[in-house]
Structure formats: C-alpha cells, structure tokens
Write a protein that binds this ligand. Structure first.
Ligand code: AMP
Length: 216
C-alpha cells in the first residue's frame, strides 16, 4: 500500500502513521523527521534547511523532492509506505505522481485528517517529543507517566522549536496557503479519503482502519 497522509500540523498524522505501519507492515516516511535528523547530524542538507524549519517555512521543493526519492528508492519500501508531511505543495504532489509513474507505480490513496484550526494551536503548543526514539506526548491529553520523561526509552522529552506558539501560527498559515489545495488535487483523482481527526485517538484509528480496508 502506498499512501499519503494529509492534514494540518497537529492533526495527528504522526500518531496515525505509527499505528498504520504496525497494522499494514509498511514503512513510515516523514520528511520532517528526515530533515530533523539531518539537522541533528549537521549534514550539508541539515545546514541548508535549518532556517526554514526554525521559521516554520517550507523547505524548497527541489531539496525536498530529492530527499524523498532518495528515501523511496531504498529496498525497505517494496511492501509499501505511508508518507507523512509529503507532499506539501502542488509541485511536490505532481513530482510524486510522475516519479511513481516512471517506476510503474501509483498511490493507493490520500488520507486526510480533518481538524478545525482552533484546536491545532493548543495541540501543538502542548506537544512534547522524545528526541531519542521519536515518541510523542501531550502535557494534558496524553501525558507521560513521569513528567518530562519518555515512557518508551526514559530519555528527557523536549518541545520542538517549531511547536512554540509564534512558529505554530506561521506553520498553519503555510498549510492553508500551500498544502490545503492538495485536497482538491487528490479529490479530482478520486483518491481522497477524509477522516474526522477531531475525536478521541482510538476513534480516529478505527475510522482510519475502515477507510484503508476499503481502498485495499
Ligand atoms: P513536520 O515534522 O512534518 O511538521 O515538518 C517540520 C518542518 O519540516 C516543516 O515546517 C518544514 O519546514 C519542513 N518540511 C517537512 N516536510 C516538508 C515538505 N514536504 N516540504 C517542505 N518542507 C517540509
């Protein structure tokens, strides 16, 4: 199964992606995670993209598309994948379709998590993540057992720099301007599946499961 996961920052894409990869035995590819790993390891790419992430701006398409194919062309994607955070622009969506076509492949669907904008800011501002294993928590909605400590690996939790309130507003604006038009793009291809992301997380998981079973 080849799937893209759409939705504004804070819609729960990462959480749903983690569940889907377990159930469907596909790999989770998050361009945001790939960029953050490059920044952490101080690679050439990391140095080029850091300012964009810090300011909540999109990394230029050229760099992002090259990064994506570099990852998609690895062997572990043979059984399928879920793309989280890509595409974010029409140019990226078209590049993905064209690249897949050249490889004799196609997307199975675009799953969009629909969440009203007013719940996104508190969701993101309260998010705490583990820089070691990538687990994600929320100070109110999903607190770790011990405050500030990852339940899974015991590492100290951090707040992503771009989850601070000033940057969050900018990221939501960027989503509205550049990424929301992708809903129409995939709708016109008959590939869009919309799921209400503003419900308890297990209800969202159930709805996602049902939707995915339909496209298989
Ligand atoms: P995310 O973890 O998906 O919220 O992404 C964090 C940041 O990484 C974004 O705010 C962008 O700066 C950058 N980024 C991730 N994916 C993309 C993409 N597909 N296109 C451009 N920039 C991206």
């Amino acid at each position: 199964m080849r799937l893209v996961l759409l939705g504004p920052p804070g819609a729960g894409k990462g959480t749903q992606a983690k569940k889907i990869i377990k159930d469907w035995k596909v790999v989770h590819i998050s361009t945001g995670d790939l960029f953050r790993a490059n920044i952490k390891n101080e690679t050439e790419l990391g140095k080029k993209v850091k300012a964009y992430l810090d300011q909540g701006q999109l990394v230029p398409d050229e760099l992002t598309i090259a990064l994506l194919w570099d990852r998609l062309d690895r062997e572990d994607t043979e059984n399928g994948y879920i793309l989280d955070g890509f595409p974010r622009t029409l140019a990226q969506a078209k590049a993905l379709d064209e690249g897949l076509k050249e490889r004799g492949q196609a997307l199975d669907g675009a799953l969009a998590l629909v969440v009203p904008f007013d719940v996104l800011v508190p969701r993101l501002a309260g998010r705490r993540v583990c820089p070691e294993c990538g687990a994600s928590f929320h100070i109110k909605d999903q607190p770790p057992k011990k405050e500030g400590v990852c339940d899974l690996c015991g590492h100290e939790l951090i707040q992503r720099d771009d989850d601070r309130e000033s940057t969050v507003a900018q990221r939501i604006r960027v989503y509205e301007d550049s990424t929301a038009p992708l809903l129409d793009y995939y709708r016109s291809q008959g590939k869009l599946i919309e799921v209400d992301g503003n419900q308890p997380v297990d209800r969202v998981e159930d709805d996602v499961q049902k939707a995915l079973q339909e496209i298989q």
